[in-house]
Design a protein around this ligand. Structure first.
Ligand code: TXA
Ligand code: MG
Length: 350
């Protein structure tokens, strides 16, 4: 999970490769390689209050110094993100947790088992930890994550501080799982992007709120609730009623391509782009996973939605029709994103 995959799905990578030269606007954003020079440069940019998109094992994150109101504000501005939607704070090492949050035994064992990795913990924030209130949107809690991606960890280590980083897409749009997706959405609006190839998991981290002895799922993600329960031996509460506040961002429209999305489809209509799953396939169409593997479907989801959107716009298709995906394990995270994509977003502008 820690190493960026360059092209596990060569057909898709080729379809999406950039054939046109970068535009002048996009060139304002430096494209850095994930080598020693790129990592050092990215850390320096973060230290001087700039915004840098970095690869993680889930999706690309748009990072800035979490201690600086000014730097964090640049993230909100670049994404067009509502100010009341707090950001996840990314740390280089699990040992950094106590500097920023109060963690009991349960939170410590979750961090011990799943960090570094695609799990975000929402915990009571420590006062005077130095995290900007712009980043936490004034919440009394803070969302923390230690990514497993080698390049992300090197950049965070070289930077030396906490980095606020939401997904590196325009607010409300499909998350970015390749540097080219970041440039498509944010080229010219951010200072740099580090190209670490395609993200492995391809879907965001699982978010848990941990309060005393309860664990509440705030967002399904790359680690399934079933896996967390079996590792920790504690129930993960789904839905509300536990007293933990919902993730504020869950109220906003998300993951919407420009084209309408129709989910749980049995087959495509004549004017629809088809996104199949398993044996529910159509010749020459995209398939989230031919073998019906849910992790592969999660990994392909965002890039295939972006491609389907482009194809639909080019061909004047009315909608993207997506096959039914089983609703267990990682399938729950896939269905969550698909439902939100299908809700659409009327006010979304590229
Ligand atoms: O995999 C991921 O989590 C990626 C990578 C870049 O780390 N990040 C990501 O960030 O998905 P973003 O901003 O797109 O989604 C973070 C979610 C939002 O719904 C936000 O409302 C929620 O986390 N969140 C942040 N701080 C919170 C808090 N204190 N309490 C509850 N929810 C919080
Ligand atoms: Mg996001």
């Amino acid at each position: 999970m820690s190493v960026a995959r360059q092209a596990r799905y060569p057909v898709i990578a080729a379809t999406h490769s950039r054939k046109k030269p970068l535009t002048v606007t996009q060139l304002k954003t430096k494209l850095l390689a994930c080598d020693a020079f790129g990592i050092t440069r990215a850390a320096k940019l973060l230290n001087s209050g700039k915004t840098v998109a970095i690869p993680t094992e889930t999706v690309y994150g748009l990072a800035a110094d979490a201690r600086s109101d000014n730097a964090v504000q640049k993230i909100f501005d670049a994404k067009g993100r509502p100010a009341e939607n707090p950001l996840i704070i990314h740390l280089a090492r699990p040992e950094d947790l106590p500097r920023f949050a109060r963690a009991g035994n349960l939170a410590m064992s979750l961090a011990g088992r799943f960090w570094p990795g695609p799990l975000t913990l929402v915990l009571p924030a420590k006062e005077n930890s130095g995290i900007s209130r712009v980043a936490t949107a004034g919440q009394r809690t803070v969302a923390l994550r230690v990514p497993a991606h080698e390049t992300a960890r090197k950049i965070l280590g070289a930077f030396g501080g906490p980095a606020a980083a939401p997904s590196a897409n325009l607010s409300g749009h499909v998350s970015a799982t390749a540097a080219s997706h970041v440039l498509d959405d944010l080229g010219g609006r951010i200072d740099a992007v580090v190209d670490g190839g395609s993200c492995d998991a391809g879907i965001e981290s699982t978010i848990l709120a941990v309060e005393a002895d309860t664990i509440q799922l705030l967002r399904s993600g790359a680690i399934s609730a079933e896996d967390i329960e079996s590792e920790i031996g504690e129930k993960v509460l789904l839905g509300s009623g536990t007293g933990a506040p919902p993730a504020p961002g869950r109220g906003f429209a998300h993951y919407a391509p420009k084209t309408r999305v129709r989910i749980n489809a049995d087959r495509p209509g004549i004017d629809e782009i088809w996104l199949g799953f398993g044996s529910n396939a159509k010749e020459d169409s995209m398939n989230l996973s031919k073998s019906g593997d849910l992790s592969e479907a999660a990994s392909n989801l965002f890039q295939m939605l972006r491609i389907a959107d482009k194809l639909a716009i080019e061909s004047g298709s009315a909608a993207i029709a997506v096959s039914r995906v089983p609703d267990y394990g990682i399938g729950r995270a896939v269905n969550d994103r698909l439902r939100r994509a299908a809700e659409g977003r009327k006010d979304w502008q590229a």
